[in-house]
Design a protein around this ligand. Structure first.
Ligand SMILES: NC(=O)c1ccc[n+]([C@@H]2O[C@H](COP(=O)([O-])OP(=O)(O)OC[C@H]3O[C@@H](n4cnc5c(N)ncnc54)[C@H](OP(=O)(O)O)[C@@H]3O)[C@@H](O)[C@H]2O)c1
Length: 324
């Protein structure tokens, strides 16, 4: 098969479409013939040499894909060759085939094409596991989504609204109209407006009950200011640096919580539990059309470098897909 190989960590030109050995399904795994894979920020970090795949994962980038099952490993039950699926991966989606534990498969949601479904597994699992499973967002609460215009952000806005929450986002101004159309109640241009003041103003001084944070260090103090009493900050990205001093006094006075997680490094059993939660709680919302994949652009897989250039420009809204 062919896959996107990172010949030497570096710029987008490091991504090369090459012949590589076909994957062999291990026990409990299936092989998926890939129709589409989606681009994630983590793939950019992997390309730069800053985010190596966990042990046992394919060396190629790609954390989610969709396609058709072509082979079953020992012990796989409940799946068939020819079945159309999408999958949460720990790597290897930028390829014509990928082996994946059966517990990380999801059906193609009703009403979506196989191609569109590639835009969902990683963002759905990341957002659900943090915002619902950990931070317990529910009706009547307020969710602040940093990076509302990204792949994670556009999904989080829709899930927050579907749960009955008030949703506030930070994003650059050109993305505001589309984010409001997706359901955002307030869009804050973080380049010109203090998001803490805007959140406090909108919530009559209460703050946000849940903050989905992709910035980390640079926003720690301001997230602590913006979070409500008994609120929860869930950090999933470090776009603003990894080290900062935490003011425990503020955290304790607000009886607030701070969690930080990555999905990729979790063991397969934990991923399977999250995938099941997404299947049971999120897939019905996708099937009903309440949540839909937001796809900015598609590229042929061989042009993954162009797709990475677009992601690094941050000019996209939602997801970028790669098609085999
Ligand atoms: N921990 C995990 O398991 C996990 C899983 C998936 C993703 N992630 C992380 O989640 C983040 C988003 O991933 P993604 O794939 O959705 O990337 P993405 O599509 O590029 O979205 C990120 C968006 O953040 C916005 N942004 C940049 N600086 C910002 C700031 N200071 N304040 C607010 N927004 C800002 C950019 O849009 P504008 O500047 O144009 O508004 C950009 O489009 C990444 O950091 C990624 O590593 C973590």
């Amino acid at each position: 098969m062919r896959a996107i190989v990172i010949e030497k960590p570096g710029g987008p030109e490091a991504l090369v479409w090459n012949e590589v050995p076909d994957p062999v399904p291990g026990p409990g795994e299936v092989v998926v013939q890939v129709t589409a894979a989606a681009v994630n920020r983590a793939d950019v970090m992997q390309r730069q040499g800053a985010y190596p795949p966990p042990p046992g994962s394919p060396p190629y980038p790609g954390l989610e894909c969709s396609g058709v099952i072509t082979a079953l490993g020992d012990g796989v039950t409940g799946h068939n060759v020819g079945e159309r699926v999408c999958a949460l991966l720990s790597g290897g989606g930028y390829a014509e085939q990928v082996a994946v534990p059966a517990g990380q498969l999801l059906p193609i949601p009703q009403g979506l094409s196989v191609q569109e479904a590639a835009a969902l597994p990683e963002v759905a699992c990341t957002v659900w596991s943090n915002v619902v499973d950990i931070a317990r967002l529910r009706q009547g609460r307020t969710l602040l989504v940093h990076g509302g215009g990204g792949g994670i952000g556009t999904f989080a806005v829709q899930l927050g609204k579907a749960l009955g929450a008030t949703v506030l986002v930070t994003a650059r101004e050109p993305k505001h109209e589309q984010l409001k159309a997706l359901g955002a109640d307030l869009a804050i241009d973080y380049t010109s407006t203090d998001f803490v003041a805007a959140v406090k103003d909108f919530t009559d001084g209460r703050g946000a009950d849940v903050i989905l944070d992709i910035i980390a260090a640079k926003y720690l103090d301001r997230n602590l200011e913006a979070v409500a009493t008994n609120g929860h900050i869930v950090t999933i990205g470090m776009q603003g640096g990894r080290k900062a001093e935490l003011d425990f006094g503020v955290l304790m006075a607000k009886r607030a919580s701070l969690s930080a997680t990555t999905l990729r490094a979790r063991p397969a059993a934990e991923k399977a539990r999250i995938v099941k939660g997404v299947h049971d709680q999120v897939w019905p919302l996708v099937g009903a059309g309440t949540i839909r994949p937001i796809i900015d652009r598609t590229f042929p897989m061989a042009e993954a470098a162009e797709a990475h250039r677009l992601m690094e420009s941050s000019d996209h809204l939602g997801k970028i897909l790669l098609l085999t």
